[in-house]
Design a protein around this ligand. Structure first.
Ligand code: 6PG
Length: 252
């Protein structure tokens, strides 16, 4: 593994997707253990996409599932974002996480808080904000861990380039239902107000199509509406970038 310091962020470059998934699984286990010790619970938000899926499959393997069963029992699972489709749709982030991870580990239905992609988007976003408010014992939700991917257009969660959700103000809701022009579809997403309050954020970035956006994300520290991933900066937490060699190809 090679570590690069980039604009105040620490970037770990692993050989391939398998390497970064292993590191992601170790970090998740460590953070879950620490969170449970501190406050007897672990609150995690999952993302969709192919990179998180590799991590989920590893966590579902016998080795991890057994070692972590005491941790899963104290875990509350949320999502960073969701596609506006029913939960059994192949595009559903819930379905992907359920099939690759959640159905293989020691979790009860009451510990799984999915975004209702099948409902009218605004209503689903409001309902999810209520779920956050009642699940967290504090005025603003503070996740122990947020797992994020980054698209080739540098979107993260479902905050896309030029989104009105690219703002640091507190005036945005906790959960939004943006219409994404390039997808011609609505999405549900946690906003930066929630993401940036997390105690830990792990970005998982793999593949050569991420090399150019990743270079741009670390090229300067100025916030740029073209690069939503750059807006993710925990106010009082740690941010880990786990990337593979292909994605890191244009970072020095
Ligand atoms: C989604 C996401 C999204 C994803 C990135 C990276 O639902 O699409 O949550 O933000 O994490 O697009 O996805 P890949 O790892 O597949 O490139």
């Amino acid at each position: 593994m090679k570590r690069l310091e980039k604009n105040g962020a620490s970037v770990e470059v692993w050989r391939d997707l398998a390497g970064l998934s292993e590191r992601g699984a170790e970090l998740l286990r460590e953070i879950a253990g620490r969170s449970i010790e501190r406050q007897s619970g672990f609150y995690v938000a999952l993302s969709g996409g192919s990179t998180p899926k590799a991590l989920f499959s590893l966590l579902a393997s016998d080795l991890y599932a057994k070692q972590m069963s005491h941790l899963w029992r104290e875990t509350q699972v949320f999502w960073t974002d969701e596609r506006c489709v029913p939960p059994d749709d192949p595009q559903s982030n819930y379905r992907m996480a359920h099939e690759s991870l959640l159905s293989h580990v020691d979790l009860q239905a009451s510990q799984i808080h999915r975004m209702r992609g099948e409902d009218e988007p605004e209503r689903a976003a409001e309902a999810y904000a209520l779920d956050l408010n009642s699940s967290f014992n504090m005025s603003e939700p503070v996740f122990d861990l947020v797992l994020l991917g980054m698209g080739a257009d540098a979107h993260t969660a479902s905050i896309f380039p030029h989104s009105p959700l690219l703002t640091d103000t507190e005036e945005v809701p906790l959960v939004a239902a943006p219409y994404v022009e390039k997808l011609q579809a609505y999405r549900l997403t946690l906003t930066l107000r929630v993401l940036n309050r997390a105690r830990n954020i792990i970005f998982l970035v793999s593949g050569s199509e991420k090399a150019e956006p990743l270079r741009k994300v670390f090229a300067s520290s100025e916030k740029d509406e073209e690069l939503p991933a750059r807006w993710v900066r925990p106010v009082d937490g740690a941010c880990y970038w786990l990337v593979d060699e292909e994605a890191a190809a244009l970072l020095d």
